[in-house]
Design a binder for this molecule. Structure first.
Ligand SMILES: Nc1ncnc2c1ncn2[C@@H]1O[C@H](COP(=O)(O)OP(=O)(O)O)[C@@H](O)[C@H]1O
Ligand SMILES: [Mg+2]
Length: 277
């Protein structure tokens, strides 16, 4: 069976006046219809990896790979137009902050129905029904009311759910969620994660869940990739987290506060230059 996604030796580089910045330095992994976590500290190349898969690398960035294949489609050789038609329809990305992804001047309902109608020929009435059903699926209690609101009229948690509804309305096969909950408070975070989890298992989607929170990712994913300085330093089954071998992964685990444990100060990660080699 062809995997949903194959990434081989992915590199993302940015030319600058002082030389090349290598944001992603040879990342390889495969994804089936499963939940894969990508963790690593800020700046380790997680978002740049997700964006390269989406085809959303800023134009001055240089993306190369030996293989970048989605469901049998060679993403490196298709046209920008073909890439655009995959985006939203078959591959979707949820970003950290709904403020930057929702259009402030368009009602939530209209944004969701327009996304659907870009990818599928459906009547206005059917689009509305499906948008309302999707809002309900992401546990918005009063979908008819929220449908007519603008993004600034809802809370951050509700905006995040509306964005997930918008990303899922066309039924993507692959969802890339880039720190989708880190702007939310803890209880809302868990709600949003549960919603995504249910939708992933009900719809059989592949999910790439990007986060800097190793414990959160492993409680929620099947497999975890740990990135450091643009490279994968370790890949683990989530259930094997406590057997992590790489000192960076172990460091990430040790630096996380554990409820009920009183450690002052928290240990600070002591980075070794050879990790980035
Ligand atoms: N537009 C850009 N131009 C130049 N360098 C960039 C750009 N975007 C990201 N980078 C570089 O890529 C590195 C990885 O960024 P990113 O993937 O956003 O990290 P993460 O999501 O893991 O926090 C950053 O350290 C930065 O140096
Ligand atoms: Mg990021």
């Amino acid at each position: 069976m062809t995997p949903l996604l194959t990434v081989e030796n992915l590199r993302v580089r940015y030319p600058t006046r002082t030389g090349m910045i290598e944001a992603v330095r040879g990342v390889s992994f495969m994804l089936g219809r499963e939940r894969l976590g990508i963790v690593g500290e800020s700046g380790s190349g997680k978002s740049q990896t997700g964006r390269a898969i989406m085809g959303l690398t800023p134009s001055h960035g240089i993306v190369t790979a030996e293989r970048l294949n989605f469901s049998g489609i060679d993403l490196l050789s298709i046209s920008a137009r073909e890439r655009r038609s995959l985006r939203g329809k078959r591959i979707a990305m949820v970003l950290q902050d709904p403020k930057y992804s929702l259009d402030p001047v368009m009602t939530i309902g209209k944004q969701i129905t327009e996304t659907l109608r870009t990818h599928e020929k459906v009547s206005k009435a059917e689009a509305r029904d499906r948008a309302l059903a999707m809002l309900e699926a992401v546990q918005i209690r009063d979908p008819k009311r929220v449908y007519d609101l603008h993004p600034h009229e809802v809370s951050g948690g509700m905006g995040q759910r509306a964005m997930i509804a918008m990303m899922l309305i066309a039924g993507p096969e692959l969802l890339i969620a880039d720190e989708p909950t880190s702007a939310l408070d803890v209880t809302v975070q868990l709600d949003v994660l549960r919603i995504m989890d249910r939708l992933v298992s009900e719809r059989g989607m592949g999910l790439i869940f990007v986060s800097h929170d190793l414990r959160l990712v492993s409680s929620f994913c099947d497999r975890v990739i740990v990135m450091y300085a643009g490279k994968i330093v370790e890949e683990l089954k989530a259930s094997d987290l406590n057997n992590a071998q790489h000192p960076y992964t172990r460091g990430l685990l040790n630096c996380m506060p554990v409820i009920g444990e009183n450690r002052h100060p928290l240990p600070v990660l002591d980075r070794k230059p050879e990790w980035a080699a």
